[in-house]
Write a protein that binds this ligand. Sequence first.
Ligand code: HEM
Length: 471
Amino acid sequence: MHNIANAEEVKVIEDGQAPPTGTTTPPRKPKWYDTFSYIANPDRFCRQNLQKYGPIFNTGVFGRTTIFVGSAKAIQMAFNGDLKYTEIALPATTMDMFGEYSLFQRPDLHRQRKNALAPGLTGRVLDGYTPLINDVIVRGINSWTTPSTIAVSPAVEKICFDVLTPVLLGISLDDSAPETFKGLPITSKAELKALYKTYFHGFYGLSQWKSPLTKYGRGFLARTKLLEFMRAVVQRRRGEGKVIKPTADFLSMMLDSQQEHPDGVFSEQLIENQCLLQLWASDYEVSGLISSLMYQIARHPQVISRLRLEQATLTGGNSQVTMFSPEQLKQMVYLEATIKETLRTLPPSSTASRLLTKSVVLDGVLYNKGCVIIAEPRIAHITPEYFPEPEVFAPERFLPSRSEDKMYQFIPFGGGVHACLGAQMAIAITKVFASHLLQMFNWEATGEAKFVQFPLKKLRDDYQMKFTRRV
Ligand code: HEM
């Protein structure tokens, strides 16, 4: 099957130039209530419109003509238009929350910043975080009392936060240790988390009114406080006067790079903003993925058996493993396939919200300048040409024999120049978490789960699962 577009197939229409004759525009008229329908249930919105109009259609989401695309060629077009025919287009409130030091805001500095950040989140440095990730997860899940029913999402989120603060900021936030918050403007983990929650909710506040009465206004205030916190964390670290080991954590990597190249990429503002953003992205995204994985595993007993078999082969039947090494994690191909199938069936978010700065034509369809394009995993991931029997939960589709994780078709982490920088880390943490869970517990779903739908799809906080201990 030929899905992928050659670069020359995307025809950019210069201003004043007429599109080739015979081009059509995407079907469907934007509706005034599209934003509400989409936010209420993005899956349903995408599925219903896909059935009626095909994988490319107009919407009125977020107040302007927004073209949803779910076919591989159009997704490729959406992912790769930077500096040629697209720029990032998120709602104004979302852009303010990201701020000017995110990777999104400055296309001219994007590549340089991304290249500078990548070493702290990937490859050998990520492998180096593995012992710590194992330790915190084992301690966390060991504290779950069993047999019992546990509200999975908050329980997982708590552990993820404890994993991610040392990995990213080089500190562990332990409320019971008096030193933890010394010199910091926030005095408890609960306060920090509450601020993050408020910040998160500000991302898609619909009004840009900076007032304590709006989600956006509260979110913006929380952002300011969180940045003060990050600044204090950085200052405290410097004040300790210790040699900075660049592989110790993400912050160390940035501080070391700044020391080496004082006029380089890492300004003070970039460092504190990246601390803020990466912790935000990771905590919600990773804990959401782990909870969704647990739910999908619980609903598919045949998958559990195969996962346990893989684990037993890797550990030689030892059921008391406290540390899964990076090498072992890489060999967990069936677990990785199950994680990918979870991301296919429950993609956390849309990707690539881009504004067309020029009109383009692809496959006879005209995408008009001034419209926004959104690449939707919720369309691509249920397309039978890419994923046969899309309704079936089948990790096998991601094993080498089927390899359905094709670029531009499997897009939970976006793709192209803005592809997610944390994908490797998210999968590594999820693998460690799942391996310890499989070893220590049996768990069961308690009926159909409900999900928070927007801005990220996530198991609802009140959804519980039944746990019993195996060892
Ligand atoms: C399940 C976990 C995750 C999912 C589903 C996810 C999803 C995504 C998606 C869809 C994008 C592309 C957005 C776009 O094209 O507009 C993205 C970008 C990004 N993600 Fe993730 N993410 C996850 C975890 C993480 C983690 C753990 C980190 C960092 C520690 C991270 C850091 C980033 C960064 C820095 C970008 C921006 C890249 C750029 O603009 O070049 N993500 N992510």
